[in-house]
Design a binder for this molecule. Sequence first.
Ligand code: FES
Length: 469
Amino acid sequence: MTKVELRGTVEAGARWKPRVVAFTCNWCSYSGADMAGTARIGYAPNVRLVRMLCSGRLDPIFILKAFEEGADGVLVSGCHPGDCHYVQGNLYTRRRLEVFANLMEFVGIDPRRLSFAWVSASEGVKWSRVVDQVVSQVAEAGPVGSWAVLHAPSTLAPQPRQPAQPPRQPPSEEEVRQTTLNLRELARRLLENGEVSRIIGYAHSAGGMSAAPAFIDTPEDAERLAWSANSPGNLTAYLSGPNRARRPGKTAVVVKTCDARSLGGLLRENQLPRDEVVAIGVSCSGQWSGGRLAAKCYACESDISPLADWSVGAGGIADGPHPGTARAVAPDPRDAEIAALASLPAGERLAFWTGEFDRCIRCYACRSACPMCYCETCIADKTQPQWIPAASSGPGNFAWNITRAMHLAGRCADCDECARACPSNIRLDLVNHSISRSIERSFGSRVEADPAAVAPLTTYRPGDPDRFL
Ligand code: FES
């Protein structure tokens, strides 16, 4: 395949001309462009067409790649809703692109660089109008040309991580001790009865109170289990994917309320059978570290997930999720940080995020910590084609962090373990949470623990937001 050269749009002494990459579906928009040609309808010559069978094939990484290769703008075009030759491909794409466009705006990409249009095979005139409009708005936005233009140094101070007063107190030492004893008691029982062959839980790490993952296979070993006011790590990451540590038979896993949402996601995505996993919900007052409550815990309404097969707390052990008791919640502090970032001019937002992603050392700790990153071969590890540059540098880091966020869109359990695992303290929590909020705003749905709940980006409604021209 011939590689289309996009770089170097500003030739020495020449006037800059915008370059736009248009991803078109074969059956409608590409034919519409063809129709414009055969009917000799003129349009701006700045567009390079990439033909796909259906707009449903469009992965946002294609758009990122086009920008990385030097495109100044991208147009995505497909059949009108109801006309897709694969029936619903364009309706799924409409949802996906709505989320992607919101994310691009959040990280500071000028919205004039990204356009969408419905163009049918008979709409040569519309194709020509759309291309002219897109090229002129990209011309107004100016050249991207190279990553160096996108990449301005960040002048922003880091955002405060915990601005608000926590809505509740950490558990007392006695509560933690009783919870640990009850957890050990349940683990012993389950292993002795042969109900499970392994329990994945927490053990005190050698250094003290923080908890490390523990894999318990015998009743005697149950003594190693522990609970603390800070039990970090989403242990459902050990149920599937490269970290898989399940044993034949049933494996029990200790889950906090947020972790259970990813267990629900793994079940929904058929990554493990429900009858091979036992969820032990431990009464959680939130993750406390140095007297600070994790941001994700402020608005968490339930101390035990409804997905729990067993509930364990200081008060005892119960079969199934224990009846919920009302508890104090407060606005999620991540929302305030996202609103503060969103209020900045686009250039400053871009500077902030390029500054964040610049610190990425591509250790993939975020991927390892995430239960929903279970692909056998991650797109970041693929070399043919290499969608994401492997080097830890501007373009590769931006593509990796945005692509991972999009792969988790509508699937992320909001557990923030990726941000906690990140040795460079990149605000991945804000990226993921902003996507969750954008899905909530656009489609009125959020990621649920219930495995039967439909994931927001695997469905559509005829009245979904439509930013297509
Ligand atoms: Fe044109 Fe699906 S075939 S959008």
